[in-house]
Write a protein that binds this ligand. Structure first.
Ligand code: TUI
Length: 313
């Protein structure tokens, strides 16, 4: 399938793997890029030298394009912005903030810039700042989320910018891909479905929890203090929500959550882990290689689109 997104990024399929802190490392990014999508290393809150090694590992294993995702609330965001230029990373995506101050430098280095945006206003500002495309992410996503749903956000962004739009949030099969294209997106970004991939280097417990999850298995913490995070229900998360409801302040709550991402991804701790995950987990029923995930997404999407148009005649 050829779209402005496949042309822009030099990839075979319009499928990006979302950056996931403590999850999407060189192993996952390499597998997705080798399979014809765009693999993305997440910087999370790691220091630049850790991410530089991940970049070297991807470069050693494939010549295909790949990206890094910079979480703009990270204390190392400035260092990461420099690293993008130093390593001539083909694609950078950003999350949890406004990347305006970095855009000119990245463009000069030849990097394609794709910010995640949660609203039309930010999409328009990013277009004016010269980005190559925007990733419109709905609150069905796992992790740090905005207010809008994918269904409402994507068409409104498409109607307000001329650059390509990539849909994210709640997409895990061909129906989600087809629906995104119907809304005017020219690519999709998926996270949750890649948690359940063979090449995803996280604890087996995490994968098991994703595969067993249903439609209502996730909750959102931190709404009251302006840092909403979607993750699977768990003892740690229940305690967080209880304390949040009781009005415990942000710093105290953060102490409770400290290290919980690592505890989920690396230790598989059901008690203390924060298993970030999207609402679409209920559709993810098996662990597959990235190649199969991407091929299934695209085959199903074409099938659904053909079947739907035939039904409407
Ligand atoms: O970034 C994400 N999702 C994430 S990042 C993350 S790591 C983390 N670790 C500890 C605490 C918090 C996060 C886990 N999940 N998604 C992209 C995304 N970006 N969603 C929403 C936004 C966003 C929100 C506001 C983007 C821009 C924005 O701009 C506000 C402004 O400054 O205009």
């Amino acid at each position: 399938m050829k779209t402005r997104v496949t042309e822009l990024l030099g990839i075979a399929y319009p499928v990006l793997q979302g950056g996931m802190a403590w999850v999407s490392d060189a192993s996952l990014a390499t597998a997705v890029s080798k399979a014809g999508g765009l693999g993305i290393i997440s910087c999370g809150s790691a220091p630049a030298e850790v991410i530089q090694k991940e970049i070297w590992q991807v470069k050693k294993q494939t010549d295909k394009p790949f990206g890094i995702n910079i979480m703009l609330m990270s204390p190392y965001a400035d260092d990461m912005a420099e690293l993008v230029k130093e390593e001539k990373v083909p694609v950078v995506t950003t999350g949890a903030g406004n990347p305006s101050k970095y855009i000119a430098g990245w463009k000069e280095a030849g990097t394609k810039v794709l910010p995640v945006i949660p609203s039309v206003a930010l999409a328009k500002r990013m277009e004016q700042a010269g980005v190559d495309a925007v990733i419109a992410e709905g609150c069905e996503s796992g992790g740090h989320i905005g207010e809008m749903t994918t269904m409402a956000l994507v068409p409104q962004v498409v109607s307000n910018v001329t650059i390509p739009v990539i849909a994210a949030g709640g997409i895990a099969d061909g129906r989600g891909v087809a629906a995104s294209f119907m809304l005017g997106a020219e690519g999709v970004q998926c996270g949750t479905v890649f948690l359940a991939s063979e090449e995803c280097d996280i604890h087996n417990t995490y994968k098991e929890l994703v595969v067993k999850a249903g439609d209502t298995s996730t909750v959102v913490t931190g709404r009251s203090h302006g840092h909403p995070i979607r993750c699977l229900k768990s003892p740690m998360v229940n305690e967080y929500l209880k304390q949040e409801k009781a009005g415990v302040d942000f710093m105290e709550l953060e102490k409770l959550a400290l290290g919980s991402l690592r505890k989920a991804a690396k230790e598989g701790s059901r008690e203390e882990g924060s298993f970030m995950c999207g609402q679409i987990a209920g559709l993810v029923k098996e662990i597959r290689p990235c190649q199969t995930i991407i091929e299934d997404l695209m085959k199903e999407a074409v099938c659904v689109m053909e079947r739907t148009t035939a039904k409407m005649k």
